[in-house]
Design a protein around this ligand. Structure first.
Ligand code: G3I
Length: 556
């Protein structure tokens, strides 16, 4: 089996180039305010990782963009498992695994290999082998999979064995154990060391984050294996937590006792689920669990970093496995960062414990470019006198006792996405500093999203009245109140083709943000009884010969 066919030099060069670019171009590069998770983690000597699924990695640019910008270590969620890499004996397939490794190399990220020997996601042909053949198949699988990436500098570590204990701390009576006895564990580590002498080799399990019977069994096994000269370099605590079960006890102490055995430790699969539906109070609890996990790792020198098992609630194993539970990750299903993101960010950025002075309140936000699902807010920045510097802003919807977070930003502007059409929002902004101090809330701003064509309180129709080489008039734009109650004020949004500009308007006030135009009623046509209409018009210029006209008219 040839090794992964990218040269060490090319990968190193790409990684070095990315590092340079990141240092100068990524948001927030002057340390502090707007830096991504990976920059803060690197500054603390840790990795911050994410497990990636090959489907969205291939198909979703938002997924790729966040994965590249925020994380410096990648684990394949499924693509390196046995059923993916050797579905039938001796037939190795690395399509998904290579896609993950190539993505990481292109973005200056390291790869943690997951996983070589596990009782799950292992094909039936392995499970039905006799002892001699099973041991040979295990050694061959490890030799081929680890060997493929042995010369690839992106791939730095492996979960050699995964979940070898049962929940009370006995050996799991898997087909591996039942056929080969406990010796398969030492055998697997030795085979992995032979295949790549430089890779860091880990044992990985769940429910071992705190001190309990299972983690103590793991501790005893690691100590014994190392006394026997078995190359166990690292211990992975998966970290599949749930807010309804409480935060595990003595996480930092548990990490430290393993570290004292001479192994590196890490959190390998962190996610923190909740009973749905999600709300602000559960989000806040979840954020403290993320924060406390990061802080435990920061407090233990031998803790190399933390990998989150996915990063967006859009793609998570949790709802498929735990009925009625979910929202376990740091971005929501629309790729909006949640309070958990802020908690991870601020924990990684922390370390300035003496700053207890919050930033000043941001200025009142101004809403623009309101569509059915998005709105842009801008505000006068806060100032921070406490010494740790501004870390960013969070935007909240005023909703009574709990105000959900709608977005976050590094600077004094953000475009909210995933909003509900035809809905009134009252929002405010808070700033926070590098020590996690929160500013008072800004004053609120209210806006109403457009209908998105979906049966909201009004409808809009536009007619291009005349056009010429480099301009046109749209008239009338007719707004109809389709609801059952009177409207007092309306907003129409539409998209201007690239290069076009509004040169005049009547019976409405038009503002432009990028290509989005927002038309607001004039005083005399604000009030619309049910079924009534108002009209306005505008003129626009465009490059000579360009025949495009505006599109995407929406009303709210
Ligand atoms: O790809 C197929 C798809 O073609 C098919 O239509 C679909 C129907 O069920 O299944 C898809 O495969 C699923 C696969 O995830 C990819 O989405 C499998 O059914 C499903 O079982 C598999 O679940 C994975 C699980 O391991 C399997 O045990 C999860 O994605 C993955 O997050 C999870 O990860 C494990 C770690 O490896 C070890 N620690 C625990 C962690 C969570 O269970």
């Amino acid at each position: 089996m040839p090794s992964h066919d990218r040269s060490r030099i090319r990968t190193l060069a790409l990684a070095a180039l990315f590092g340079l670019l990141a240092a100068f171009l990524l948001p927030g590069t002057p340390a502090g305010a707007s830096a991504a998770l990976r920059q803060h983690a690197a500054a603390r000597g840790k990795f911050i990782g994410a497990a990636l699924a090959t489907g969205p990695l291939a198909n979703e640019s938002a997924y790729r963009d966040i994965a590249a910008a925020e994380f410096n270590q990648i684990t394949a969620e499924n693509a390196m498992k046995w059923d993916a890499t050797e579905p039938s004996q001796g037939r190795f397939t690395f399509t998904g695994a290579d896609a993950v490794v190539d993505f990481a190399a292109a973005n200056g990220q390291q790869v943690h290999g997951h996983t070589l020997v596990w009782h799950s996601q292992t094909p039936g042909w392995v499970q039905s082998l006799g002892a001699t053949a099973m041991r040979a198949a295990m050694r061959e699988h490890i030799a081929q999979v680890v060997g493929r990436y042995a010369d690839d500098p992106a791939v730095v570590s492996w979960d050699v064995v995964n979940e070898v204990f049962d929940d009370s701390g006995g050996m799991r009576t898997s087909f591996w154990y039942n056929t080969l006895g406990e010796s398969y564990i030492a055998d697997a580590f030795r085979a992995a060391r032979a295949a790549d002498p430089d890779a860091r080799l880990c044992i990985n399990d769940y429910n071992v984050e705190g001190i309990n019977a299972k983690s103590t069994a793991m501790y005893n096994l690691v100590r014994t294996l190392r006394q026997q000269g078995v190359p166990v370099d690292c211990v992975g605590f998966q970290g599949h937590l749930a807010i309804q079960y409480g935060f595990p006890g003595q996480v930092q102490q548990n990490m430290q006792r393993f570290a004292d055995l001479g192994v590196q430790v890490r959190v390998t699969e962190l996610d923190i689920r909740m009973v749905m539906p999600r709300d602000a109070s559960k989000d806040a609890t979840q954020a403290t669990y993320y924060r406390d996990t990061v802080n435990a790792c920061l407090a233990v020198t031998a803790c190399a970093g933390i990998t989150i098992w996915g990063f967006t609630d859009k793609h998570s194993w949790v709802p498929d496995t735990f009925s009625g539970q979910g929202a376990a990750l740091i971005y929501d299903e629309n790729y909006r960062p949640k309070p958990a993101y802020t908690a991870v960010h601020d924990a990684l950025a922390g370390g300035t414990g003496s700053d207890t002075t919050p930033p000043t309140a941001p200025g009142t936000p101004v809403a623009s470019g309101v569509t059915a699902t998005t709105a842009t807010l801008t505000w006068t920045p806060s100032t921070d006198a406490g010494g740790s510097g501004l870390a960013g802003y969070t935007v909240h919807r005023e909703q009574g006792s709990t105000d959900p977070q709608l977005g976050q930003s590094a600077g004094p502007s953000v475009t909210l996405t995933g909003l509900s059409p035809a809905t009134r929002y009252e929002v405010y902004v808070r700033a926070r500093d590098g020590a996690g101090n929160q500013s008072p809330a800004s004053a609120t701003v209210a806006f109403t999203t457009a209908t998105g064509g979906g049966g909201g309180p009004c409808a809009v129709a536009a007619t291009v009245q005349t056009q010429w080489g480099n301009g046109y008039v749209v008239q009338p734009v007719t707004v109809t109140n389709t609801g059952a109650s009177a409207l007092n004020g309306w907003t129409v949004t539409f998209t201007l083709p690239a290069g076009h500009t509004v040169t005049g308007s009547w019976n409405a006030t038009l503002t432009t943000s990028g290509q989005t135009v927002t038309a607001r009623n004039a005083a005399h046509n604000a009030a619309l009884a049910p079924g009534a209409t108002a009209t306005f018009g505008f003129q626009a210029g465009r490059p000579d010969g360009n025949t495009a006209t505006p599109s995407g008219y929406a009303c709210g």
